[in-house]
Design a protein around this ligand. Sequence first.
Ligand code: IPE
Ligand code: MG
Length: 225
Amino acid sequence: MDGTGRWAQRQNLPRIEGHRRGVASVRRTVEECARLGIEQLTLYCLSSENWKRPQLELDFLMHLLEQYMIEERSIIMGQNIRVRMIGRRDGIPETTLREVDKTIDMSAANSGTRLCLAINYGGRAEMVDAVQRIAQAVERGELSASAIDEQCIARHLYTSGMPDPDLLIRTAGEMRISNFLLWQISYAELWVTELCWPEFEETVLHDAIRDFAARDRRFGGLSPS
Ligand code: IPE
Ligand code: MG
């Protein structure tokens, strides 16, 4: 969800106004994914590198996240959405975690679209955490080094039990991954739009999905044709 600050600057508005408008795009996108029956949507809300930003902007982002969790709860329940979070909990304010956890617990038995919020998330940090947990299991004698395979690694990532993304959408035109789901996107289709996140709407999501559906996904093999 990139380009919220740039969008605001272009309209001569403060960066935080871009973040505020970004929440409206989150609402539209989550609700449209649920309506379309998309199995899972992961939103990159805050990266582990975003802490370099001014404290005021970070406080505002946390406040927006809290507000979103509170205000969207009834829609999340009404649309049968399951919420989950990935990322390191340390560093995220207690009050924010409380609202996120409340929505996660409340929606745990829902069976529709899984909404995964990446908060204080970094792909490399996730791998470090996974390697530590695997090494600890080996130390305790619960796992042998030779039993470590791709499934084992995937089980120790934050995304354990979640399918890998099929499609990665990036707004605001940057051609980079920025430490997002490094392991999980190995065969994801990439789709980049010049539009900034506050400009992202249902029709843009439809364009991305339509383009995705036309891709020839070979996974290293050959086309059936
Ligand atoms: C993405 O927009 C939102 C967050 C990282 C929270 P940015 O804040 O990165 O906006 P730009 O890239 O500066 O325009
Ligand atoms: Mg950015």
